[in-house]
Design a protein around this ligand. Structure first.
Ligand code: SF4
Ligand code: SF4
Length: 298
């Protein structure tokens, strides 16, 4: 389903869009899987609340917030996140494997593979028909795009062909990003192809793509406030300046750099345009290399 709105959706439009997504579906039991309280400002709580309201008289509904490495949500957190109309007993706690992923580690490190619905559908299709992954559904959006769309395109299609198909009236691109504006990475040419892990293309106008000059940190604390994991990005930057490598790595470890999920929120809100996410990536890579090197010496 694609829903277009320049100002974002208000509550009525959101409800209409969600109701539309359920049209024509015969449902017996629905399990809603929103993120948990740590994503309080994602809007997922409101979407869950509306879906629950739309579905509660139509079928059996349960809600199971994704736990990951987090703790189950308390009743007060559930109320704050999903609103008071969603009964607490409808919110399930999952403990499928009984394993907890240590901070900064990946599911694979505790013997678990997590696949999204698209990957599973692709696997099922492959097993059934023998047809491997040959096309991707990608979102094409950004300030240079006048008519954003989700499109299904063959892997290998050039960015130029995708853009010509999606929006012939687009503005002259100043920057093209594989992925979103916060965590994506730049494409160097419009001839680069869509690959199997391309989920979105963001195209910025020349004006929006202009690099802003970084100035000194004014210690406003906005980066700390914005971090969904309550990390302190300024501390990472400071630690990176420590000359002694052992001490530098000890500080980075102490400040839990490996928990940084590189979401980019800290960089986005920084009024001084500090390259926080770039520093975090650099710090994570150097700590990874340092630990690997030490493990070899043992
Ligand atoms: S948001 Fe930017 S200016 Fe403010 S404390 Fe963080 S790094 Fe410094
Ligand atoms: S990039 Fe890392 S430090 Fe910055 S807000 Fe996201 S998780 Fe926090």
């Amino acid at each position: 389903m694609f829903y277009e709105s320049k100002e974002g959706l208000n509550d009525t439009e959101l409800r209409e869009a969600l109701a539309k997504s359920l049209e024509g579906k015969e449902l017996k039991h629905v399990l809603i899987l929103p993120p948990d309280y740590t994503r309080m400002y994602s809007g997922a709580g409101k979407i869950t609340e509306i879906y629950y309201d739309l579905l509660k008289d139509r079928c059996e509904v349960d809600i199971m917030p994704a736990l990951g490495t987090h703790e189950p949500m308390t009743e007060a957190e559930c109320k704050a996140f999903f609103g008071s109309d969603v009964p607490f007993e409808k919110i399930l706690v999952h403990n499928t494997t009984g394993r907890i992923i240590p901070a900064g580690k990946l599911p694979a490190e505790v013997g678990v593979v997590i696949l999204n619905v698209t990957t599973l559908a692709t696997l099922a299709n492959y097993v059934k028909t023998g047809m491997p992954l040959v096309e991707k559904c990608i979102t094409v959006d950004g300030s240079a795009i006048k008519h954003p769309k989700n499109v299904l395109c063959p892997i290998g299609t050039s960015i130029r062909d995708v853009l010509d198909f999606v929006d012939a009236e687009r503005d002259e691109p100043g920057k093209v990003i594989f992925g979103g504006p916060m965590t994506g990475f730049p494409a160097y040419s419009l001839d680069e192809p869509i690959v199997k892990n391309t989920n979105a293309i963001t195209v910025l106008t020349k004006k929006d793509a202009k690099e802003r000059e970084a100035t000194a940190c004014i210690h406003c604390g906005r980066c700390v406030e914005a971090c969904p994991l309550s990390l302190v990005p300024t501390a990472f930057t400071k630690a990176l300046d420590i000359e002694n490598v052992d001490e530098r790595m000890a500080r980075l470890e102490e400040y839990s750099i490996m928990l940084c999920m590189e979401c980019g929120c800290c960089s986005f809100v920084c009024p001084a345009n500090r390259p926080l996410i770039q520093n975090n990536r650099m710090a994570k890579n150097s700590l990874r290399e340092y630990n690997a090197h030490r493990a070899k010496l043992k």
